[in-house]
Design a protein around this ligand. Structure first.
Ligand code: AHG
Ligand code: MN
Ligand code: MN
Ligand code: MN
Length: 324
């Protein structure tokens, strides 16, 4: 049986060869990060670094290692103009921007609080383009993403990618190559599984409380059926589960995080996941507007996130509209 590699898949697409080159370097970066994560204990890289990032989070050593590996590997791509990373406050310019050059947005290590307990983590990325020669604006809406994806470092390492239409999953083999194993990932419209950090219940707004209360009430409540709940504290793991078997994921704005606009970051967490979920047949919203229609105001801007199976996301939008 011949197997389709990531390279075969990209070469069979209509993507610009420079973009294919960049995506191959992103995949290489993900492989290197997977190795560094796997070998964290041997390389002395578990635990926290003595540093804080622009979001005020204490960085894990592997957050910094992963960021450096992404920078080093992706910088080999000649038309990559700039990097926007969770771990770096300012935009990193690699060249004088020319129209058509690429902009890479990434979360080098997502779910990094799970590192020391050996649970799934990943890397998230998206690519957009420089619009005009000399234009240093990187604050484009998610609708302008050319492609987006993530790598998940779980029982197996996978790369999940959308290059405009559809979502494809590739699994890494021991030789480090990614092979197409999940050619058409789709999010089922209906689901009975939700994911939210319920320790924040007392801070939630009414629409979120109502939704979760109704799920918890199960067949005795207005939904007249039972729901299951999961919370991995690793967005990559939650989104991967939703792309495999459906579900809805929420990290809403609440009374504690309202001033920052939520927890998750628009440009390298919410937008790439929104593109993947929409291209797999699901939906992604802040509760009031589509995530990919939010105009960014800063590279590290945060945004409320509700995404996954369409029927549940639509219900949540309806609950939000009623309250607003
Ligand atoms: P990161 O590790 O990149 O900072 O992201 C962590 C995010 C996301 O992966 C996850 O969904 C969420 O934070 C978990 O938040 P809580 O710890 O509040 O549950
Ligand atoms: Mn972080
Ligand atoms: Mn993250
Ligand atoms: Mn991160």
């Amino acid at each position: 049986m011949t197997q389709t590699t990531l390279r075969d898949y990209l070469n069979g697409s209509a993507l610009n060869p420079d973009l294919i080159h960049l995506l191959e370097e992103v995949a290489n970066a993900c492989s290197v990060v997977a190795d560094r994560v796997r070998n964290g204990a041997f390389e002395g890289n578990l635990g926290s670094a003595n540093a804080t990032n622009v979001q005020g989070e204490t960085q894990k050593t592997l957050d910094i290692v992963a960021n450096d590996e992404f920078e080093r590997t992706c910088a080999r791509s000649p038309r990559l103009a700039a990097l926007v990373s969770e771990e770096v406050e300012e935009v990193t310019w690699l060249k004088e921007p020319e129209a058509g050059d690429y902009l890479l947005y990434f979360d080098p290590l997502d779910g990094s609080s799970n590192i020391d307990v050996n649970l799934s983590v990943g890397s998230i990325f998206a690519v957009m383009q420089v619009e005009k020669d000399g234009d240093r604006d990187v604050l484009h809406k998610g609708r302008k993403q050319l492609c987006a994806g993530y790598a998940i470092f779980g029982p197996s390492t996978m790369l999940v990618l959308t290059i405009g239409a559809g979502v494809a999953g590739f699994t890494s083999q021991q030789n480090g190559s990614f092979y197409l194993t999940h050619p058409q990932m789709t999010v089922p419209t209906e689901t009975s599984e939700y994911a939210i950090n319920t320790s924040r219940y007392r801070f939630w707004d009414q629409p979120v409380r109502r939704y979760v209360d109704e799920c918890v009430a199960g067949e005795e409540g207005p939904r007249e059926r039972n729901f299951n709940m999961r919370w991995a504290a690793s967005m990559v793991a939650e989104i991967h589960r939703i792309l495999i078997r459906g579900g809805v994921f929420l990290y809403p704005a609440d009374s504690k995080n309202r001033t920052t606009g939520g927890k998750l970051r628009l440009m390298y967490e919410a937008n790439p996941m929104a593109m993947l979920i929409e291209n797999a047949g699901g939906a992604a919203t802040t509760g009031l507007v589509s995530i990919m229609d939010v105009q960014p105001t800063g590279p590290h801007q945060r945004v409320p996130v509700i995404l996954g199976s369409k029927s549940e996301v639509e219900r949540l939008i309806a609950y939000h509209k009623k309250e607003s």
